[in-house]
Design a binder for this molecule. Structure first.
Ligand code: BTN
Length: 257
């Protein structure tokens, strides 16, 4: 069971995770926070669930996570804390914070895959799903949903990238409370950077992305595209060099060509 006291001692944030909801079982932590009716409207609210019955990822994929072994949680940001048109940066801030928390606590090398996967040795250790609700042209609630594979030793399901966990990589049980606190502490700092120094977020993200400069294939859009991963633009979109012409890619699944 998740030890709230030991988590709380390690949490250093001002607002992220200060309002903390712990759930034994829920459909999806993202869906819960997206729904305004739940009355949790404080910026930085975090809900952690031991089990999700409808945990989902990008492209409506199922997010498989055994009860009580991993970290499946979501963070709420309301319009006060959402800096205009910086969704990709917030997404990267979250991936970077997962990578940095893992590197700092366990000295494991992580790799980031556009737009929001975190890998260790080519296998997926964590995924991030941003979902939002708009009011008119403005985003009212932004939910950052994160699944980190921590103590699960065996995975069953259908995966686009083979999964791994910290337990598999390190051969030991991991303190989930310490990892969640480290992540939230880092993420709050990163959120500040999204406002004050967004270029640095992109630079740090790119330094952990192995595919920049490589031949890649992008699937999932109208048509499959092949080219060289040239760079990210200032908004975090992927720039693909297709026969010398640069195309901006807004979404899709990237893999080595
Ligand atoms: C992906 O890799 O496609 C994103 C996976 C995101 C999974 C997390 S688990 C907590 C939160 N609640 C959900 O239903 N999904 C996210």
């Amino acid at each position: 069971m998740f030890n709230l006291e030991s988590f709380d001692i390690k949490l250093n944030t001002e607002f992220v995770g200060r309002n903390f909801v712990y759930s034994d079982e829920i459909d999806s932590t993202n869906s819960f926070l997206l729904n305004k009716e739940n009355k949790f409207n404080t910026d930085g609210t975090v809900i952690l669930a031991e089990k999700q019955n409808k945990g989902h990822g990008r492209k409506d994929r199922v997010w498989y996570s055994s009860k009580g072994q991993n970290l499946t949680f979501s963070i709420l940001l309301t319009s006060k804390k959402i800096y205009s048109k910086k969704f990709n940066h917030i997404n990267f801030a979250a991936s970077l914070s997962v990578a940095m928390a893992i590197e700092n606590l366990f000295q494991l090398k992580t790799e980031l895959k556009w737009p929001n996967d975190i890998l260790i040795n080519g296998k997926k250790i964590a995924g991030i799903l941003l979902e939002s609700i708009s009011k008119g042209s403005k985003i009212d609630r932004l939910i950052i949903g994160i699944g980190i594979n921590v103590n699960q030793a065996v995975f069953q399901g259908v995966f686009n990238i083979p999964p791994t966990s910290l337990k598999i990589e390190l051969n030991e049980n991991i303190d989930r409370e310490k990892l969640l606190a480290e992540f939230l502490n880092t993420f709050e700092e990163m959120l500040e950077k999204v406002k004050t120094n967004p270029e640095e977020i992109l630079k740090d993200w790119k330094s952990r992305c192995r595919l920049i400069g490589e031949k890649i294939v992008i699937e999932g859009g109208e048509k499959t595209k092949y080219g060289i991963f040239d760079d990210l633009d200032d908004d975090g979109f992927l720039l693909l060099n297709v026969g010398g012409k640069i195309e901006k890619i807004h979404f899709g699944e990237v893999s080595v060509a």
